[in-house]
Design a protein. Structure first.
Length: 189
C-alpha cells in the first residue's frame, strides 16, 4: 500500500503521544482512489474465505467496508453507536471502551442482519488497543456467526490491539503497521 504510506507521511498529523489524524483522506474527507485501493487489498487477501457479510462500526469504518463489500458482492453492516430505536430485544450489543476519549459506548447490530450461518470479515480504519474489534467480534459471537478475519487500514502496533484479537485465533491483516512516532512522523514496520 505505497499510496497509503505516502498519504500518511504527506498528509497525516500526529496529535499528542498516540493519535494520527488522517481527516484529509480517510476519516472526514475521503480520497476515493485510495478507498478503491483499500477495498481491492482486502478483497485480494480474503476473497477465498467465503465471506457473506462485512461488519464495521460507525463512522469511519463505513467507507472502508463499502469499498470492500462492493468487490465481494456482499452486504456490509455498520454497528451503531446511537440507540436509534427501542427494539432492545432485537439487537446484539457490546460495550467498547475508548482509550482516546476515556469513555465507554454501546455498539448495536440488529439481529435480523447477522445470522449464525454468516461468515464475517470485520473491518475498521484504525487498530489501537483493540476494543472496537473485540466488541465487533463479541457481537458476531452472540449471533453465532463465524469471524474469518479482521482487516485494518492503519494499525498502531505499539498499542497492542492485534495481539488481543490474535489470541482469539482470529487473523488481523493490516495494510500498514506503525511501530512508533518519531520526530512527529510515523515509522512503519
Ligand atoms: P481501539 O478500539 O483499537 O483502541 O481503537 C480503534 C478505534 O478508535 C477506531 O475505530 C478509530 O476510529 C479510533 N482510533 C484509534 N486510534 C486512532 C488514531 O490514531 N486516529 C484516528 N483517526 N482514529 C483512531
Amino acid at each position: 500500500m505505497e499510496m497509503l504510506r505516502r498519504m500518511i507521511l504527506e498528509k497525516g498529523r500526529i496529535i499528542g503521544d498516540d493519535i494520527l489524524k488522517t481527516d484529509s483522506f480517510l476519516n472526514h474527507q475521503i480520497d476515493p482512489v485510495l478507498m478503491d485501493a483499500i477495498g481491492q487489498a482486502f478483497y485480494h487477501r480474503f476473497c477465498d474465505h467465503g465471506i457473506t457479510k462485512i461488519l464495521t462500526v460507525e463512522a469511519s469504518g463505513i467507507a472502508v467496508a463499502g469499498a470492500t463489500a462492493r468487490l465481494f458482492g456482499v452486504p456490509y453492516i455498520f454497528a451503531k453507536k446511537q440507540n436509534a430505536c427501542n427494539l432492545d430485544n432485537e439487537i446484539y450489543t457490546s460495550e467498547i471502551y475508548s482509550f482516546t476519549k476515556k469513555t465507554t459506548c454501546t455498539i448495536r447490530v440488529a439481529k435480523e442482519y447477522l445470522q449464525s450461518q454468516d461468515r464475517v470479515l470485520v473491518l475498521d480504519d484504525f487498530l489501537a488497543n483493540g476494543q472496537a474489534l473485540l466488541g465487533l467480534i463479541e457481537i458476531c459471537k452472540k449471533a453465532g456467526a463465524t469471524v474469518l478475519g479482521c482487516g485494518i487500514v492503519i494499525e498502531k502496533a505499539f498499542q497492542g490491539g492485534a495481539k488481543k484479537v490474535e489470541e482469539k485465533g482470529i487473523e488481523v491483516f493490516s495494510l500498514v503497521r506503525i511501530g512508533r512516532f518519531e520526530n512527529a512522523k510515523p515509522v512503519f514496520l
